[in-house]
Design a binder for this molecule. Structure first.
Ligand SMILES: [Zn+2]
Length: 298
């Protein structure tokens, strides 16, 4: 059975795992990354993390936050990995290990992983939406990832939900990410209550305790997200819309409202086939390994 190496570059660590074609993780190595980084030291940590697996895989798939250039295999920069700039990930791994290397943003990897191994894996097409610090997305049609120009497609978090709305990290007002993400919830909560929460769990705990401000922010954010998804469903006509990421741990607090709003506002004919739900919480490393197993690469 073919085996692939999947590498997940996160904010504080790098994880490299070996998977077989059923998605089973056979071996895994994790390296923390220091707060202060430069390109050379980061690439050395990356290579050292992968090295014990290099003889066992047919290729290496890498996922990371962007913006990036998937054709040249370069991480242009990352908000969570300060100090790195124009990082030549693909070249450094091809030179070191002489294996084929694919590199995509982490939301695209998550989408491919869900399409191959997730809750709705037998569907013709899937739109996966990642709900975490920000909002990302990926679209897989008949097993093929639609990655767009240099890998920047399906940035659904930066579609406008509220014209003239809250300022987003991208510099534009009213993005859905400003209303339904960790960043969005904490920002909106601070505006309304002058209180700075530290993470999404704290926000959702307030919702569970029926805090009126938190409930109102979640309600509005859910509608903002639903209408962004409505737009995407009309553009892409996916068979499944799958929500993944840390915020889906609280899916019980918003999933029903979200699904009802989407279903009641899209063209009725689309509901005949559409499946909506939370995904399988697969690891980022498996998503990245899916790049190697991708039908496009066979
Ligand atoms: Zn934005």
């Amino acid at each position: 059975m073919r085996k692939a190496i999947g590498v997940d570059i996160g904010g504080g660590s790098i994880r490299a795992s070996l998977f077989d074609e059923t998605g089973k993780e056979l071996e895994s190595f994790v390296s923390p990354t220091p707060e202060h980084l430069d390109n050379q030291s980061f690439l050395k940590i990356l290579q050292d993390t992968i090295r014990p697996l290099a003889k066992s895989g047919i290729g290496i798939g890498v996922g990371s936050p962007g913006p990036l250039d998937n054709e040249r295999g370069v991480m242009i920069s990352s908000a969570n990995l300060q100090g790195l700039k124009n990082l030549p990930i693909k070249k450094s791994l091809v030179d070191e290990f002489s294996l084929p290397v694919w590199y995509e943003n982490d939301a695209n990897c998550a989408a491919l992983g869900e399409a191959y191994f997730g809750t709705y894996k037998d569907t013709e097409s899937q739109l996966t939406i990642t709900l975490g610090t920000g909002v990302g997305g990926g679209f897989v049609n008949q097993g093929i990832l639609y990655s767009g120009y240099l890998g920047n497609a399906i940035e659904i978090g930066h579609t406008t939900s509220v014209i003239g709305g809250a300022l987003c990290g991208c510099g534009v007002r009213g993005c859905v990410e400003s209303y339904f993400s960790t960043r969005g919830f904490l920002g909106r909560y601070e505006e309304k209550s002058n209180r700075r929460l530290s993470h999404a769990e704290e926000f959702f705990q307030l919702v569970r305790e029926k805090d009126a401000v938190a409930m109102e922010i979640l309600e509005f954010g859910t509608l903002a997200l639903a209408h962004a998804v409505r737009g995407a469903v009309h553009l892409l006509n996916p068979e499944a819309v799958v929500f993944v990421g840390g915020i889906t741990k609280s899916y019980d607090l918003f999933g029903k409202t979200l699904e009802t709003e989407i279903r009641s506002t899209i063209f009725p004919v689309l509901n005949e086939r559409l499946k909506i739900g939370s995904g399988a919480s697969l690891s980022g490393a498996l998503g990245a390994a899916s790049l190697v197993f991708s039908k496009e690469k066979v």
